[in-house]
Design a protein. Structure first.
Length: 158
């Protein structure tokens, strides 16, 4: 994911999401998430706003790190930025963010890492999500260029 997002609630923004299979443009508003293949002028697909979070509680990152610390987290002090690691369950994450926890419901465990810079900001989060059947999924969120909020509106109809 690359783009500009607002994390201080509500979670909104504009990004380009890339996986091995596809690249798509994403617009996240308070009510809806809009997606379409990058570089196209086709119709936007519309989803509930909860779909934008996936399993990372993006607008509750400090609480997420405190949750990790409360679950016997490893703190890697020699790294810069500081890295905190813990194994969590969907229920653990649900205690911080109901939507992210609900989105992770099929998972059996989540190996979580968070990097915190010298200003106390969470600058990266990685989750390796394990399932009873099916391959693991790894998700990484990297945060840079902390600036003023970005204005976001629903995309114009195509």
């Amino acid at each position: 994911m690359e783009g500009r997002v607002n994390l201080n609630a509500p979670f909104t923004g504009r990004t380009t999401d890339k996986t091995e299979e596809y690249t798509e443009d994403v617009v996240i508003t308070r009510q809806k998430v809009y997606r379409r293949a990058s570089g196209t002028h086709g119709e936007w697909q519309e989803f509930p706003a909860s779909a934008a979070k996936g399993g990372i509680p993006v607008d509750r990152l400090p609480q997420y790190v405190r949750l990790m610390l409360g679950h016997s987290a490893s703190v890697h002090r020699g790294s810069e930025p500081l890295r905190v690691s813990a194994r969590l369950t969907p229920g653990d994450i649900k205690s911080v963010d109901r939507t992210a926890g609900r989105n992770l419901r099929p998972a059996t465990a989540i190996d979580a890492d968070a990097w915190i810079n010298d200003e106390g900001r969470v600058v990266r989060v990685r989750q390796k999500i394990h399932f009873a059947s099916g391959p693991d999924i790894e998700a990484t969120l990297t945060l840079t260029d902390f600036k003023s909020p970005v204005s976001v509106n629903a995309p114009a109809a195509s």
